[in-house]
Every structure is written in C-alpha cells, then in structure tokens.
Design a protein around this ligand. Structure first.
Ligand code: WT7
Length: 667
C-alpha cells in the first residue's frame, strides 16, 4: 500500500522527504508483533464499528469489568447520547482489581521518577492497595457518590491514586493543572462546588518549587464549598513551608494513620457499581467565551473509548514501558496516563519535572535508564528538542523504543521527520493522534502496525468514529478541499455535557452545524482518506500545546485597572506553534511603557497562570472594529504576523483604526 520507502534508506535528503505525499510503511519488525497487521483488518473492524456498533463494542470490551451488563448499546437524542445503557460498573475494577488475578499483579503499574532523580515503582497490587487505603479515608472525610473533589497536584503516583480513589467512591474528580494560578483554581472549585481539595505542599519544576499548597490556600479562602484539604507531603518544610489550617487541612500521611470505619473500608474494598452514565470527571477547558467550560465525562463509554484506543493505537503489551509525557492536569493525562493504560494493565512511566532539567538530555536519559518502549509527546516538545540539538538524544541508547506518538497540535513535517530519524532511528512508527478534551479518546490516528504514515497527517478515523470535512452548509468537501472538521454521530467517550451549562454544550458543539458535532478545527481529507488538521478556526489558541481561549485572556486583561480594552490573537511561532499576542488600549492617563507591559504579564500570571502569559503586548490607540462593534481579529492576526504593517510606532502605540478604515467594514 505504500508508494514510499520504509524509511530505511537514509540516503535521501530531508528535502525530498518533506514532499507532502511522502509515506512511510510500518517497519516490518513492528508489524510482525503488532495486534493489527494489515489495512484490511483495519477496514473490516472500522466497517463493523459503524455498521454493527453494538457487536463491535461488545467484543472489544469483554476484558472490562461490568457488575451488570448493558441492556442497550446506545441511546441518542442529540445533543445527548448514552452508551452501555443500564450497565453498572466501577471503573477502578477494570483499572485495578481485574489485574490482581493475572500476571499484572506483580507488574509495574506506575514507574515514577521525580525531577531530582529519585524513583518509585508501584505494582498493580500496590496501586490497588493504595487506592483502597486512600478511598476508605476519603469516605470517612464524608466523600459520597456524586460529590465533587478537586485535585491540584503535580505529577506524582499519588495524583493517580487520588483520581482513582474518587472514582472508586463514585465522586467526580476535577483535576486542575498545577500551572494554573490560585484565581483559576478558585474559579474551577467554585464552579463545580467541590467539597474536598487534594493537593501537595510543593512540586518540582525546573529546579524550583511550585508552592501548590500556598496557592491552594489563596484559592480556598474564597471557595466556600471546600470542607477539607488533604495535603500530600512531597517536600520538606524548608523547601515548601506550609500552614495547615486546623480542622480543615490534613496531611495525606496522617490521614492514612486513621483507622477507617468499617463502612468506609467496605466501600473502598468492594466498590459499588455505578450507572454507566455516572459522572466520572469534570475537566475545565477553554472555549470562545471568557468562562472555561466544565467538560463532563461519564463512566462506561469513556472507559470503553480510552481502553480500546490505548490498546490499538499504542499496541500495548505486557512487555512495554509506556511513557506519556503530558501533565495529568490535561485530558491526555486522564485518558492516556491513567484510565486507558491502566485498564489495559500497562506499565506507565510518570515523570515529575521539566524536559530540560538538569539538562536537555533528561528525556533521553530516562528512556535509556528505564527502557521506555513507547513515547507519546507533543510537537511543541519535539520542536524544543530540535532546537537543543541532536547531540542530546545521540548521547543515549534509545534502542528500547518501538513506537512514537504525537498529540496536541499539528506536527509540522520537519519535526515529524526529525522525531522519526533522530529519536525513532527510522525503526519506530509514529502515530499522530487527533482528539480533544471533549472527545475523551483518540478520534483520528494511524494504527501503528497497519497504516502507512504521512508526516503531518493525523491519519484515519479510529473505530466507531464517523468524521467528515464539510463546507458551511454541511456538505462533504471533495478530496483535498479544506473545510470544517465535524463528527456525524456520537461516540462512546464523548463529553456528555458542560457542567451545569447544558445550553452551552448544545450551542458550542451541536448548533454551529445542526445535527453534527463541530470540533472547532479546520481540516482536509486527501485522496487516500488521510486527514490533515490545520488547527482551530474558532477563537481558541493552541500555545505550546496549551489550549487558551482568546476571550479568557481578554477578560483577564480588562480586569486590570489600567486597561480599557484588549484583544488577543495567535501568531505563527516556530517553537510554540502559536504565540500569544495581545493588543491593549489603556484608559486615559495610563502610560504605555515597558513597565505597563510587565505589569500586564504578571496580571495574567495571577489571573490564569504563567503558561498563558502573552508573548507580546502591543498598545493601540483603539482596536479596529466592524460597524457592529466586533473586533476585527483577522486584521489583528495579520498585524501580529507582520503581514499587514500597522502605522506608527509598533512597540508603543499603534493606530489600528486607520487600517480598519482601509479594509472597509468586514464581519
Ligand atoms: C485541540 C484540542 C488531544 C488532547 C490534547 C489537547 C488540537 C490535538 C492534534 C493533532 C492537530 C491537534 C486541535 C484540537 N489538536 N491533537 N494530532 N493534530 N491538532 O486537547 O486541549 O482539548 O485541544 O488540539 O486543535 O481541537 P485540547
């Protein structure tokens, strides 16, 4: 099926490899051992997954634990859908208990490495035990099915323990990425009315301590629903001094010394089966308004989606050590560090710190040291590694690797080729997986033993995914014609709603194009049925793999007393994919200078988090607007990218109204 090479002839120049139609067949040794080996197998299963969905999902989920089987596979009244209707399950039994009676019992579930270099391994037996112990104490703290629990932690085994313990009790977890500020944490806690917050004293990041508990204190001071705060001790008191509030705060270790009540222990040991649609977690993500969306995922469909995708996309085997470098605070961590891999009994490497600490060789050193076989990371990281130079990976033995993955943003062909050549040594297939917080599981990908890959393409639809590229009116585009990426039918791991904002769930995803799910992405499908995702076409940016809503940045900026008006746009950036540029109009009497730029940057750090700090602040006399008052973002994007030169001194004040007049009144 390939018209290209299998990548073993290293003599071609990079240039010829970047030809868009270049394909790489799966390396034969990989295919030989792979779960799926031929395109025909994929076609058969894909066809079955759409035409006999129930049979497909029944057969593919036989290894999962259901306390009661489903009566009906799917109920669908858009925008709402239910899957595995009538089933009862406790998701943690599929991730933990079922492995206790197999070889997985003594297999590593989590191999953890701290940023300073220490390591810890938890077998499935140990992970199960920790989850049961912690769940019993959480139950005694009053956590009941349906309660919300916020988790504000770094990358520790205990973060997974906390998530799984919540799930075991039927409590809905909401993990808040440790890079978010106290204000952002507070807003998320208040939106979901969390009862308990689980955090840690501090987390290592590039040699520095991120004072999570201190930030949690600031958040909780304004979060009336929080009754208890459980604090995991990662640091010493010297490194991360914390104040424990009497009656509210409790150390994780101290909590474990309490003898659990009989009832709590019973709930933790023999977990209750919850309805298939029982809420599992809420994860906040950015949309096109100032308010983050609380994406709600439920139990059975989500589990089925992440289980089956993990199995086929990563071709997981008991002999693998799988490493997903995402933070557990994003959906990738939920689906492909915790629920997907664990439900497959996989061994997962979890790393606490930064990729360039103490030096840019850290990832490659860890791959050599632990014998990582599967690496799943983001294009922005790959581009940083390219910049740091080939000498770093070349110093280490990467021969344990057999599969590479990419996720989070479009990967440029140059980065893809580098990843394949320098990291994969042309032996490892690359899976470029497209999906979203809302989709829950991978939607577009190649299957590693099956499909040829094309650098920059996210491949084909995964099983059960009825996806299309359409024009505005909803008609399918021709091959290679650009359009909007939509999904025609609900899929098991789909988000069920936005927490307490069902109207927004409907309008944001299901009404842009009636009757289908609108992804917010632009794409095209080529003559071979491969998808090429170009990126967001709504007001959402993807900066270094972080999803950032322009409206959130704008509303944070206008909350600063000096700011009258603000507009945030993306600008193409070699390293980050997109860089964040903000245009700001100050209130009269305010001075547009470097000091103000710094103050606004720090204001964003406080309101959202450091990762959302603008790359560039530009001051303008006025923002260009249409007659109806809409900011002309397209024009600002052009100005930011340097396509259109703004008049005047661009570093201080620019007169964008002139440009707007030249352009006419565009909507
Ligand atoms: C947006 C979703 C998927 C989990 C992490 C991000 C972009 C994601 C790809 C890819 C091109 C991609 C899309 C999507 N995106 N993966 N392989 N190729 N673009 O989840 O924060 O919900 O962001 O990330 O624009 O809509 P998220």
């Amino acid at each position: 099926m390939s018209n290209g090479s299998n990548g073993s002839n290293g003599s071609d120049g990079i240039e010829s490899r970047l030809k868009e139609d270049r394909r790489f067949s799966p390396p034969t040794p990989f295919t030989f051992r792979a779960r799926l080996k031929t395109a025909a197998e994929y076609e058969r299963l894909y066809k079955q997954s759409l035409e006999e969905a129930e049979t497909f999902w029944r057969e593919q989920t036989t290894d999962l634990v259901f306390q009661r089987p489903f009566d009906k596979f799917r109920e669908w009244l858009l925008p709402h859908a239910k899957f595995f209707v009538g089933a009862k399950l406790n998701i943690t039994e599929s991730c933990l208990d079922r492995h206790l009676t197999t070889d997985a019992r003594t297999r590593a579930a989590i191999v953890w490495e701290g940023e300073p270099g220490e390591t810890r391994t938890l077998t499935y037996f140990e992970l199960h035990r920790e989850v049961v112990r912690f769940a019993a104490r959480l139950a005694d703290l009053g956590v009941k099915p349906g309660d919300r629990v916020a988790i504000y932690m770094g990358m520790l085994p205990e973060t997974a323990v906390a998530m799984l313990a919540c799930a075991r009790l039927g409590a809905t977890h909401s993990v808040v990425f440790g890079g978010f500020s106290a204000e952002a944490l507070r807003d998320r806690i208040n939106d979901c009315e969390a009862k308990v917050l689980i955090t840690q004293d501090g987390a290592w990041r590039r040699g520095n301590v991120v004072p999570l508990k201190k930030m949690a204190d600031d958040a909780v001071a304004q979060s009336p629903t929080i009754e208890r705060v459980v604090v995991y001790r990662r640091m010493t008191h010297e490194l991360a001094p914390v104040t424990m509030k009497e009656g509210r705060d409790i150390w994780w270790d101290d909590l474990l010394t309490h003898t659990p009540s009989e009832e709590a222990l019973a709930r933790a040991k023999k977990p209750e089966g919850f309805d298939a649609e029982h809420p599992l977690f809420i994860l906040y993500t950015s949309g096109s308004t100032g308010k983050p969306k609380g994406v709600l995922h439920t139990t059975a469909g989500y589990l089925a989606g992440v289980h089956v995708t993990s199995k086929y996309v990563f071709d997981l085997k008991p002999s693998d050590l799988y490493w997903c470098t995402a933070d557990v605070g994003w959906v990738t961590g939920h689906s492909y560090i915790v629920y997907g891999p664990l439900s497959n009994g996989a061994s997962c490497l979890v790393y606490e710190g930064a990729p360039n600490f103490p030096d840019p060789g850290r990832f490659w050193q860890m791959i050599e040291r632990h014998g990582v076989t599967i690496l799943y990371t983001a294009p922005t990281a790959i581009r940083a590694f390219i910049r740091w130079g080939d000498d770093w990976p070349n110093k280490y033995d990467l021969s344990s690797l057999r599969l590479l993955g990419s996720v989070g943003e479009p990967i440029n062909p140059e980065a893809w080729i580098w990843y394949q050549r320098v990291i994969g040594k042309e032996r490892c297939p690359i899976v470029d997986t497209w999906w979203q917080t809302e989709t829950g599981s991978i939607m577009l990908t190649t299957l590693p033993g099956t499909h040829a890959t094309k650098p920059g393409s996210t491949g084909k639809p995964f099983f059960g995914v009825h996806i299309d590229v359409v024009k505005d009116a909803g008609k399918s585009c021709d091959a290679n014609e650009g359009g909007k990426l939509i999904i025609r039918e609900p899929w098991p791991a789909m988000a069920r709603t936005l927490y307490r904002d069902d109207a927004r769930f409907k309008s944001a995803y299901w009404e842009q194009m009636p009757g289908v799910y609108f992804t917010g992405d632009g794409a095209r499908r080529d003559q071979d049925g491969y998808f090429w995702v170009v990126g967001r076409i709504d007001d959402v940016l993807n900066v270094a793999g972080h999803r950032i809503g322009t409206a959130e940045i704008e509303s944070a900026l206008v909350s600063h007393p000096a700011v009258a008006e603000a507009a945030a746009v993306g600008k193409p950036d070699e390293l980050k994919g997109q860089a964040l540029v903000v245009f700001v109009t100050l209130k009269s009497g305010q001075t547009a200078d470097e000091k103000m730029k710094k103050a606004l940057g720090e204001h964003i750090d406080r309101e959202i988090g450091k990762f959302a700090r603008p790359d560039q602040v530009r001051f303008a006399d006025a923002l260009p607007k249409t007659r109806s008052g809409k900011i002309m973002r397209r024009l600002l994007r052009d100005v930011a990218a340097g396509v259109t030169e703004a008049r005047g001194d661009t570093s201080t004040l620019e007169d964008l109204s002139v440009l707007a007049k030249l352009r006419g009144d565009e909507e």
